[in-house]
Structures are given as structure tokens and as C-alpha cells.
Design a protein around this ligand. Structure first.
Ligand SMILES: [Zn+2]
Length: 155
């Protein structure tokens, strides 16, 4: 369990602000290695943030997924992994790359409110398909706007 972060506050805030559940999932036996990611009980199934209780910081993983929910357009908030995959996706690389970077920037803005150290967060573009897709200024502006709108609700 985390590591001096405000895990309990984050968990509560996640449920209140998204209306979704949070579940810590333990992968047992060979579950981690055998199934493709989307068949594993981790990720977001449209109703519950399922955080793999394996390694790494649970606060970072949950905050990242809540940021995905905040950044995703309404029509994709109820879809598996926000319609970005793993799982069914109709989103272009261009859109998903910019969405991922916006999520990472928003996560960086929210992290201090949950006492999550910035060195626990990956580089914003670590997971994009093509860095040439990125409009950094637009991503930063969107992340900032969402941050300002949710900050008053953070306990
Ligand atoms: Zn992501």
C-alpha cells in the first residue's frame, strides 16, 4: 500500500467524481502471463477502475485512470478502456496519442494534491504511437482547463 500518498482520499474522490467503482485486483498464478491484457481483470471495463495489485504505486495507477475518465469524451466514458484499447477501439492514433499526453499532463497537475511524487509518473509521451501526432500546446491547455474545473472538488 502506498507510500505516503493520499490513497484513501484519492479513492474516495475517484468514486464521487466519476460515479465509478474502484477495485484492487490480485492476479494469481499464470493469469498475468497467459491472457491478452484486455482479458485480464485489470484496466477499466466501463464501470470499475480495476487496479492490478502487483507492483508499482496504486495511487499512480488509479490517478492515471481517473484522468483518462476526465479527459475522455462523454460517449467513451462508459466503454472498456475508454474506447482507446486494449479492447474495441474506433479512435485514430492521432486522437488517442493527444488524449494520452493530455492525461499524463493532467496527472502531473493533480499529483501534488494527492502527495504523489512526480518521479512516480512516466514521461507524458512514453506511450504514444507516433510523437509527430502530438500538439503539445493544445494538450497542455486542455489539461490545465480540466485541472482548474476539478481542483475545487479534491478533498
Ligand atoms: Zn493511459
Amino acid at each position: 500500500m502506498p507510500c505516503g500518498t493520499r490513497w484513501a482520499e484519492l479513492r474516495k474522490w475517484a468514486c464521487i467524481s466519476t460515479g465509478k467503482g474502484v477495485s484492487l485486483v490480485t492476479l494469481t498464478g499464470t493469469a498475468q502471463g497467459n491472457a491478452p491484457f484486455f482479458a485480464q481483470p485489470v484496466g477499466y471495463d466501463g464501470r470499475t477502475f480495476m487496479i492490478g495489485f502487483d507492483h508499482g504505486c496504486d495511487t499512480e495507477k488509479l490517478l492515471h485512470d481517473v484522468c483518462h475518465w476526465l479527459v475522455a469524451p462523454k460517449e467513451r466514458r462508459g466503454r472498456m478502456n475508454f474506447g482507446l484499447g486494449p479492447g474495441p477501439t474506433t479512435v485514430s492514433d492521432h486522437e488517442s496519442d493527444n488524449e494520452e499526453v493530455t492525461v499524463m499532463l493532467l496527472e502531473g497537475l493533480l499529483a501534488p494534491l494527492f502527495k504523489l511524487s512526480p518521479d512516480k509518473i512516466a514521461k507524458p509521451d512514453y506511450n504514444v504511437a507516433d510523437k509527430r501526432n502530438l500538439d503539445w500546446d493544445a494538450c497542455a491547455a486542455r489539461a490545465e482547463a480540466i485541472f482548474e474545473s476539478v481542483r475545487p472538488s479534491v478533498p
